[in-house]
Ligand binder design. Structure first.
Ligand code: SF4
Length: 660
């Protein structure tokens, strides 16, 4: 028997991103850049644990566990014959619309739909999800559309009942009443690959809820009233549902004009996908809608323009390729100043494409001035952190930062590079932050050398830990806070207070003085590193021998390693040389997790930390994973050193290193 094609809430949400996606969704012949592995997803996301915790606030319910949709629908139907019941993961369908409700509370003539989200809510900021102007706060729209779809279907399926709708969210303003709550949820994968959460909570754990249930009917009733909605391209909610339902059930494509939504489209094919004959939805859309030919499909589009807020405007003006932009389109006159303004940097990216110039831009004079301010030995640090929806300790709020790892390289004035220090604490249930800062202090207080970070993450994390310290009873808390203040800044841009040894952001130097076309507009360290390695003869000479992790090039995790491996003329990305963090994960998922940029602080490390915290592992597995994490973080700081060395060599017109 062929199963019905249901328009589910996930597909409804997908179609809201772009209606064309409905056509590609679920078709194995199309490449899809979403993470396949539900377990990795669960580790990265935290939603499963929050979902499980929410059930404890509505005890006594029945769970629909079957994987078969039709059985789930009929089991829910049976249970709903009771006057009063709570159902977890209820399956409700109306015609070919299907919803799975996280928590459904049924009373004799009323149904409550509760959608649980691992999403931080602050009453003082988010209130009733409306801005002061009375419009829906944009970041909440996708969640509200999700529950609106559920309400729409439930009202159709149960016309005799009144239906009220709620979002259940982690309340950022509460504090956890007990220790170790996070550790009371374990993730397991059953034989079918399905992810389950096993929890072991006490009455005390749930006595002070950290989740809050917020009614959303004031917005949903408006949306479902039947008026055309701007957010639905001036269709009513019912018309929109019907449009998507007809398209999906009849497997018809809704053609959508390409626009800024294409930037994050998952239906794009990588080279690896193409070699497996997978189709590229993105290319099909751009061929169909814009008449792009194969050559045009290979050219950089306006979607890759760095930090650009006016992409929609270019699409409306019929400009789709970078090479067709003019300086005026970017509000600049085409000249470059020192340091670069943001508009100039965008123009630089465009002009490199227009001129087919593959060489790097380097403002030597500007960079030289910056370098003159730095004091040796230079320190390069990188943190790995996570935020956990469910707190680890009594007194903590949801989504507080956990800093579990750092790496620290030193570059001396004579050119020596030393992997000097590292810290890692992934023990389940351990709160590492204060030991983390103690170890960092010890590592950095030996001298007054300049400290480099890449991005704002390290500054944000340290300020957060300083706040945690102020509420702590740590004996050395004042000392630790003072240390943090010396190397960070606080406050908004206009009124910033800088510590005397405030960290220097290498990423800012990139934005102001350096651009390599091979990065295609990305400033992530994972894009920069291969670009620099490929173009710097100096770096190739320095890292082209198996000497990393030798007495002259000390490392805490590598031995006699050569970072420069080439295929033909191209350097293999150093990150690709690292051990696989998850043996059973596909290359596809690993690549997607690796793509997380420095602001998200590395998806791979975060997922590895989740695995170490929330799953049962043997000591051997644990050691292996920790060791791999150490190598990843070491490469992050080594990459910063390499970038710095590459620039230094350019400033000195040096092609061969003096040492090693
Ligand atoms: S490429 Fe653009 S238009 Fe096509 S499915 Fe993706 S987002 Fe939609």
């Amino acid at each position: 028997m062929t199963s019905l094609r249901y328009l589910t809430k996930s597909r409804f949400k997908l179609a809201l991103e772009c209606p064309t996606k409905l056509f590609y969704s679920g078709k194995s012949e199309y490449a899809n850049q979403s993470i396949d592995d539900a377990f990795l997803h669960a580790l990265a996301d935290g939603g499963y644990q929050v979902g499980e915790l929410a059930k404890h606030y509505f005890p006594g319910g029945e769970t629909i566990t079957t994987l078969d949709t039709e059985t789930a629908i009929s089991q829910t139907h049976e249970l709903l014959k009771r006057e009063n019941i709570i159902i977890y993961d209820a399956a409700i369908c109306f015609q070919q619309l299907l919803i799975r409700v996280d928590i459904l509370v049924k009373r004799p003539d009323h149904i409550q739909l509760i959608e649980v989200k691992a999403k931080s809510y602050q009453k003082s900021e988010d209130a009733d999800f409306l801005s002061t102007k009375g419009t829906v706060i944009p970041k909440w729209k996708p969640y509200l559309m999700d529950i609106a779809f559920q309400k729409f279907v439930a009202q159709k399926a149960f016309p005799r009942y009144s239906v009220s709708s709620y979002l259940m969210l982690t309340d950022k303003e509460t504090v956890c009443a007990t220790d170790g709550l996070n550790q009371k949820f374990k993730l397991v994968k059953d034989a079918t690959g399905r992810v389950r959460v096993i929890s072991n909570l006490s009455a005390e754990d749930i006595a002070t809820p950290i989740l809050t249930k917020v009614n959303v009917d004031h917005i949903l009733n408006d949306w479902l009233r039947g008026e055309p909605l701007e957010e639905l391209s001036f269709r009513t909610f019912a018309e929109t549902v019907d449009l998507f339902l007809q398209a999906y059930t009849n497997d018809q494509l809704i053609a959508t004009p390409p626009g800024k939504q294409c930037k994050d489209c998952q239906f794009t094919a990588t080279e690896a996908d193409k070699s497996e004959q997978l189709k590229c939805g993105f290319s099909e859309c751009w061929q169909r809608q814009l008449n792009f030919n194969n050559q045009q499909l290979l050219e950089p589009t306006v979607l890759s323009l760095w930090n650009c807020k006016t992409i929609d405007h270019f699409f409306k003006s019929g400009i789709f390729l970078l090479k067709n932009l003019s300086p005026q389109d970017l509000n600049t006159d085409g000249a470059l100043s020192s340091p670069l303004t943001q508009s100039e940097r965008r123009w630089l990216q465009v002009s490199k494409v227009k001129n087919k110039d593959t060489g790097a831009y380097f403002d030597a004079a500007g960079m030289r001035q910056e370098f003159a301010n730095y004091q040796y030995p230079l320190h390069f640090i990188d943190f790995e952190t996570c935020t956990s929806a469910i707190p680890y300790f009594k007194g903590m709020s949801p989504y507080e930062t956990i800093a579990f790892q750092f790496s620290h390289h030193v570059l001396h004035a004579d050119g020596r590079v030393v992997h000097q220090t590292q810290f890692i604490d992934t023990a389940p249930g351990s709160f590492p932050n204060f030991e983390f800062v103690r170890a960092l202090k010890k590592a950095l207080e030996q001298d007054c050398g300049t400290i480099f970070r890449f991005g704002i993450h390290e500054n944000t994390v340290l300020n957060h830990i300083a706040k945690q310290l102020t509420h702590s009873i740590e004996p050395d808390r004042d000392e630790l806070i003072t240390f943090i203040r010396t190397m960070t800044y606080q406050g908004e841009k206009k009124n910033r207070i800088y510590g005397p040894r405030c960290m220097v952001d290498l990423c800012e130097l990139v934005k102001l003085y350096y651009y390599h076309p091979a990065t295609q507009g990305s400033n992530s360290i994972k894009a920069l590193l291969p670009a620099m390695l490929n173009s710097s003869v100096y770096l190739q000479a320095l890292y082209g021998k198996p000497n990393y992790g030798s007495p002259t090039f000390p490392s805490l995790n590598f031995q006699d390693h050569c970072w420069l491996t080439k295929v033909g003329e191209q350097v293999i990305e150093p990150y690709k040389q690292l051990p696989k963090l998850f043996a059973d994960a596909s290359e596809h998922d690993i690549d997607l997790l690796s793509e997380e940029d420095e602001l998200n602080n590395g998806g791979l490390a975060l997922v590895a930390y989740g695995k170490l915290q929330l799953t049962e592992m043997s000591d051997y597995e644990r050691r292996e994973l920790e060791h791999a994490l150490l190598k990843y973080c070491e490469l992050d700081t080594l990459a910063m050193v390499m970038i710095y060395q590459g620039w230094l060599a350019m400033l000195n017109n040096q092609t061969m290193p003096n040492i090693q």
